[in-house]
Design a protein around this ligand. Structure first.
Ligand code: ATP
Ligand code: MG
Length: 397
């Protein structure tokens, strides 16, 4: 019995004129994600992508990878058979039989996209349902609320049979590459990886930028950031991480600026440097993990002060979310356990006791003007190192 993976995709079906281009991008993303696991044939027809996995021992692994690709709504393993009702009946029995134990309620739902097939959808359901009922002891028919729904699809060339309950949910969203690119300010915390995932899900390619204050933050802190990027790369296939040397700027701010503005001035430097790196690497926006009111540097006044130094869109997908909601997502995408590892971030090392919560642009501009801003920004950009990270290339626990 031949098994195949059926991939259904969502939103791009609505894209009219752009649909063929978006489908092509999704196919390419699928190829990139699985070609090192298996030399599968990937074809597309009637809003379904068929993945014919050569090495059947790799089916689970390929399915798991597919559930992380944006644009995919569901991933289903199905048995493929000839388009005649006898072979569909036999295949349903062999493939779904083990799940149809005595006492289980079930129904069959058939669909035919080939309207020339001699039986209607309802007739196919009746035939297969009757056959399963006869051949599996103790089965109960329940068309309203069954425990198992056996699906049968008659398509252009072949027919497919599977249990609906075994369908895996995909990420949804849009395939990466259908949008432009954005640069994620990635710290070692809980929030920024979630923010990156949310924007990538909309089809945006992402780079990451991390501000690193060696030796105040350790090599382990850097490894932690790379490890988070490597988890995100499971969804994006790879991520370029830019590591910015930030110690000199932080020490100067600490020594020369008032303590209550320390965090804000530091964040303004981060934004300026990030914008420069983003422009150099053809990003069209920045992404941060800020959420309004979460900390002193994320009040509306503080956001105005940090936002005012950049001239490109700053995407803040978590802006209206509570920490609890962010944590739920962080667990779902698999970054939480790494995010809570103890290695300190550069912000935690230089934290003022009484940060200003209602800052004004003019007063921060004045207090930071003792620093040679342009020169410091340029030096940090010039000293930036780039590391390309792949799924599983960095791992830490
Ligand atoms: P996170 O959990 O993402 O670290 P946070 O709640 O700790 O966020 P802040 O430290 O105020 O918040 O940082 C706000 C945002 O600024 C982060 O979500 C991230 O986008 C960015 N950021 C903070 N520190 C760094 C850093 N060291 N490198 C890169 N970006 C950073
Ligand atoms: Mg942080």
């Amino acid at each position: 019995m031949k098994e195949i993976i059926l991939v259904k995709y969502g939103e791009i079906i609505l894209k009219g004129f752009n649909r063929p281009r978006f489908e092509k991008i999704l196919m390419k993303n699928i190829y990139n994600a699985i070609h090192l696991i298996d030399d599968s044939d990937i074809t597309i027809a009637q809003a379904t992508i068929y993945i014919d996995v050569k090495d059947s021992s790799k089916l689970d692994l390929v399915c798991e990878r597919l559930t992380k690709i944006f644009g995919i709504v569901s991933v289903t393993r199905a048995a493929e058979c000839e388009k005649d009702i006898e072979s569909m009946k036999e295949t349903a029995l062999r493939y779904c039989g083990p799940d149809l134990k005595s006492g289980t309620s079930f129904k069959v739902e058939a669909k035919r996209s080939d309207k020339k097939f001699p039986l209607t959808s309802q007739e196919i359901s009746m035939e297969i349902g009757g056959f399963l009922h006869e051949n599996c002891e103790g089965l109960i028919v329940d068309v309203h609320n069954p425990q198992i729904t056996v699906k049968a699809e008659v398509r252009d060339f072949k027919a497919y049979v599977y249990c609906a309950e075994k369908k895996l949910r995909g990420q949804g969203g849009m395939p990466i590459g259908t949008g432009l690119k954005a640069s994620l300010l990635l710290s070692g915390g809980i929030d920024s990886p979630v923010a990156g995932h949310m924007i990538a899900k909309r089809g945006i390619e992402i780079d990451a930028i991390n501000f690193f204050s060696f030796p105040y933050t350790s090599e382990r802190a850097k490894e932690k950031v790379l490890s988070l990027a490597s988890i995100l790369a499971q969804y994006t296939s790879k991520i370029n991480v830019y590591i910015v040397p930030f110690t000199e700027i932080q020490l100067l701010i600490r020594d020369k600026c008032p303590e209550e503005h320390m965090t804000l001035i530091m964040r303004r430097f981060m934004m300026r440097i990030a914008e420069k790196i983003a422009r150099k690497n053809k990003s069209s926006a920045l992404i941060t993990g800020e959420s309004v009111g979460q900390v002193a540097s994320q009040t509306l006044g503080a956001l105005d002060v940090t936002n005012s130094v950049v001239d490109m869109p700053v995407l803040r997908p978590l802006i209206g979310m509570d920490k609890e909601e962010i944590i739920v997502r962080s667990r779902q995408i698999g970054t939480f356990d790494t995010s809570i590892l103890p290695y300190e971030d550069c912000c935690t090392v230089f934290t003022p006791k009484h940060p200003s919560t209602n800052p004004k642009r003019a007063s921060v501009e004045k207090t930071e003007s003792v620093l040679n801003i342009d020169e410091l920004v340029k030096k940090a950009v010039d000293g930036t190192e780039m590391i390309t990270v792949y799924p599983g290339s960095h791992y830490m626990n």
